[in-house]
Design a protein around this ligand. Sequence first.
Ligand code: HEC
Length: 305
Amino acid sequence: MKKNILNILSLISISLLIVGNVQAQNWTIDPELKDAQLKIAYDEASIDAGKSVYDKNCKACHLEISAEENNSRAAGAAPNLGNKEFNKGNTDGEIFCKLSHGNGSSMPPYEAMLSEDDRWKVIAYMRSFCESYEGPKADDGAAAVVAEKFEGEISKLDLSFDKDSKVITVQLEGKDSSGNKVVPKNVKVSVFVKRAFGQLPLCADKKTDDKGQITTELGDVPTDTAGFITLIASVNGGKTTAEANVQVNEGYTWVNPLDGTHLWATRDKTPLWLMIMYFGGTLLVLGVIGWSVLQLFRIWNLRER
Ligand code: HEC
């Protein structure tokens, strides 16, 4: 009997192991990223930054990376990400998806923990162990994400709101050091709603596009009675800000609850039956209290005697 139970238990654990192994192969590759190339420049700066991301987040499981032909780590353990078989067998985009989504079990998803920029950097670091890899250089178009940083000065910050689509647009204008107008691209903008206590963030550090603007949607935010809210846009961590008081809806009129049919507010609106019941009830209660006091008084009198 005991032997039987042991047999069943080991059968269950073996099947669990098999299921676990099947699950471990669960990588999701987004079709639009399948053939994507590194979206940052493949240079010293990216690789160095990638190493520090790796040391903080991945090294605990993946250990020190080293260049080798095939992954030499035990089956099921985190692989050596410097092995050539892995580096040649995966596009940048595929690796990006693998580390963004994880595999649903042993490899965690990093989508929420690491910025997109950091995820590309850590890929640049892995690639640096594979000599045959050729990534985009700083002067390639693909490297525009980090290469183009706006150096000028923000001269104007415009906040507008479209009531129908509920879209907030922040338009920046800038000038360079000699005073010429330039479009401020890749500038980080945050948008808040001003509240009585503090500010409610709507979007944080969104980068401006080629026109120097960002858009963000306004969700369900309570307004004042006239339907207005105050929006705040802030650039460069608060160095330049703009405020706009915009109308979100038609507002609402406050209805005084005392205006309805209520016993306590306007007696003339109270139905007669309610008044009779109320006063009748009150008299009854007072009567009971009075009667009780009377009885107590009589008991007191009895004791006196
Ligand atoms: C909790 C441990 C753990 C951490 C932390 C971790 N990984 Fe993994 N990772 C694994 C395991 C285990 C696998 C192998 C999964 C498999 O092959 O089924 C894996 C697989 C991978 C793969 C796929 C390899 C291949 O052969 O396709 C990549 C890419 C990867 N990890 C990158 C990273 C990066 C980058 C980080 C840090 C940001 C990281 N991992 C952090 C455990 C971890």
